[in-house]
Every structure is written in structure tokens, then in C-alpha cells.
Design a protein around this ligand. Structure first.
Ligand SMILES: NCc1[nH]cc(CCC(=O)O)c1CC(=O)O
Length: 328
């Protein structure tokens, strides 16, 4: 890993916060957004430090690299070594297990968490003819797309957002990709952060395709012992986003599944009779799309974790573990 600069002070003597980021355009964009928000809220200057992770170096499928955490470990090592003061992760890429010595100091307001279809000729999912080739690498998306029964052919792909968009016929652009696919499915939030919402031909209804736990949310991490940084980062916190992500990820964790399991979960806050309530949905789908279970639950925001545990237990009762084992 390479620290571009190691200075910890500006000319005026204000302590600079060093923010570790992966080098992908999406990671740098997310990191810069958080850096700007910190500076706007606290006046503290933030500098970006580029860190290379195994997920960036290798073109192997994420599942083969050890699944959860390939994008995260190098950033966490740099935090623990004191080379950086904070790291910004896509929350959905974080392993569900806690990291000793580190704390999730802030969960900023979430982007639209839904999945998006980018198809040739402006087509929607329902308009794509049977046999159309749809690119996605996430088992959760593969399983749910197959379960729709539209006769789509799912093609495993990965790579950064531009690489994936370049595979869609007609979207290659200058020096662009092969255009060998009819469509790709990716997180709307990633396209939004990159200013590419215009390429979306359909935002997928969660009733058809439920997003990944914590999709669209960022996780800002620092050392547990670093009281100053924790205090500064606290200013970015959105407690509703944290509660939703916690409910979704507790569902995932209780199912003992990682980011490469066909598990989806989505929580929203709605006004109930006695104030805001959390409405949680989750699904587990066999990778071949042959079967699935889905459930929902609502309750107080303070009960986010227990809602996730209860919903996961219900799904396990209904055969979730057996569904996750299909095709393994
Ligand atoms: N798994 C990779 C990843 N991690 C975060 C995002 C997008 C941003 C987000 O979901 O917050 C993506 C790309 C995608 O799923 O299309």
C-alpha cells in the first residue's frame, strides 16, 4: 500500500485527517464526498490516501478471493497501523463480524438502495426478450433474476462500473467495451455517485429484486481509541440509515451468510401510529432461481438488531439454510 503523503499538519497547523481510499473511481468519489462533508461540518482538512486492496488487484470472482472483505482488509490494516485516520467503505461490502480496535463512527444518509437495470435500446426487464443476456456477478442478483422466470440468460461479470456498462450493446462509448450483453444490473447508488443515472433504463422494484443488505449506505470507520476523529465523524451520522442498515445486516449475519450469499434485505422508516417505525423485508433465493423464501416485519427503530434476528429466524424455519445450499 502506498501513502501519497504522510504529513499530518497543514501550514496553519490544523491537524489533517488522513482518509484511506481504494483507487477505483467509485471509491474515490465516495471518499471525496465524505471528506468534503467532514470539512464542511467541522472545518477540518482531509487528505485522501490511496490504498490497493486484493479485490482491486485480482480479476478473479469475488467468491474465489474469499468473499466478504476483499475490499476491506487493506484499509483496516492501514487504520490499525496508524497510516490513516479513517476509511470509507460501501457498507454492503463490510463483513458482518466486528473488527477489533475499530469502530463504525458514522453512517451518513443513504442513497436510493435499489438495484438498477441498464439495458440496450432503453428496454425494461419485462421488455427484454427471452434468451437475453444479462450481466451480474452477485449471487443475490443472479438468483432473483432467475426466479423471475423470464428466461433470461445470466452472464457472470465483474469489474468497475465503467467496465460493466461497456458490456451493454450500444453503451460502449469511445474505447468502450465489447457490447456483448443485452443488459447489466448494478446498484443505483453507485451510478448516482458517479453521475451516471441517465444510463438506467429501469430502477428495479424491491418486490421483484430486493437489494443487498446496506446497499446505498456508506460506513465510516476509525480507531476505537481515536476520540477526536470519532467526535468529528459523529457529525455525519444519520441514525435512521444506521438503524435500517443494522436491521438488514443483522438479518444477513443471523443467516450466517456473507455478501456472496443469495440473501437480500431492505429496511425503510415509515411513520407509524406511535412515531417512526422500521419496516424490514428480506429474502433468500436458491441460486438456480427454483425456489425462495421472503418475509417482512416492523417495529421500533431501537429494535433494529432484534428485528433482523427475528426475521432471519423465521426465514431459517422456512428453509433458508437449505435454499442457500442449493448448487453449492
Ligand atoms: N459489490 C460492489 C459494490 N459495492 C458497492 C457498490 C455500489 C454502491 C453501494 O451499493 O453502496 C458496488 C457496485 C454494485 O453493486 O453495483
Amino acid at each position: 500500500m502506498t501513502a501519497l503523503r504522510t504529513s499530518a499538519e497543514t501550514a496553519s497547523g490544523t491537524a489533517v485527517l488522513r482518509l484511506g481510499t481504494r483507487a477505483s473511481v467509485l471509491a474515490r468519489t465516495q471518499s471525496q464526498t465524505v471528506a468534503d462533508a467532514i470539512t464542511a461540518a467541522t472545518g477540518t482538512p482531509v487528505e485522501l490516501v490511496h490504498i490497493t486492496t486484493e479485490g482491486d488487484r485480482s480479476q478473479a470472482a469475488i467468491a474465489q478471493l474469499g468473499g466478504t472483505g476483499v475490499f476491506v482488509t487493506a484499509l483496516r490494516d492501514a487504520l490499525l497501523a496508524g497510516e490513516i485516520d479513517l476509511a470509507v467503505h460501501s457498507y454492503k461490502d463490510l463483513p458482518t463480524a466486528a473488527a477489533p480496535g475499530l469502530i463504525l463512527a458514522a453512517v451518513p444518509p443513504r442513497e436510493d438502495p435499489r438495484d438498477a437495470l441498464v439495458a440496450r435500446d432503453g428496454l425494461t426487464l419485462g421488455e427484454l426478450p427471452a434468451g437475453s443476456r444479462i450481466g451480474t456477478g452477485a449471487p443475490r442478483r443472479v438468483a432473483q433474476l432467475r426466479a423471475l422466470g423470464l428466461g433470461l440468460e445470466i452472464v457472470p461479470i465483474r469489474g468497475n462500473v465503467d467496465t460493466r456498462l461497456g458490456r451493454v450493446a450500444g453503451l460502449g462509448g469511445p474505447g468502450g467495451g465489447a457490447g456483448d450483453l443485452d443488459a447489466v444490473v448494478l446498484a443505483r447508488a453507485g451510478l448516482s455517485r458517479l453521475g451516471r443515472l441517465a444510463v438506467i433504463t429501469e430502477t428495479l422494484d424491491p418486490l421483484q429484486v430486493l437489494p443487498a443488505p446496506a446497499q446505498g449506505a456508506l460506513a465510516v470507520e476509525c480507531r476505537t481509541s481515536d476520540a477526536r476523529t470519532r467526535e468529528l465523524l459523529g457529525r455525519l451520522e444519520d441514525s435512521r440509515t444506521r438503524a435500517c442498515a443494522l436491521a438488514e445486516r443483522t438479518t444477513l449475519g443471523t443467516l450466517e451468510a456473507g455478501c456472496s450469499a443469495p440473501v437480500a434485505a431492505y429496511a425503510e422508516v415509515a411513520e407509524g401510529e406511535h412515531g417512526p417505525e422500521l419496516f424490514l423485508r428480506a429474502s433468500v433465493t436458491a441460486i438456480d432461481g427454483s425456489d425462495g423464501v421472503r418475509g417482512s416485519l416492523s417495529g421500533p427503530l431501537d429494535d433494529a438488531a432484534s428485528l433482523g434476528r427475528t426475521l432471519a429466524a423465521e426465514l431459517l424455519d422456512r428453509g433458508a439454510a437449505e435454499l442457500m445450499a442449493v448448487g453449492r
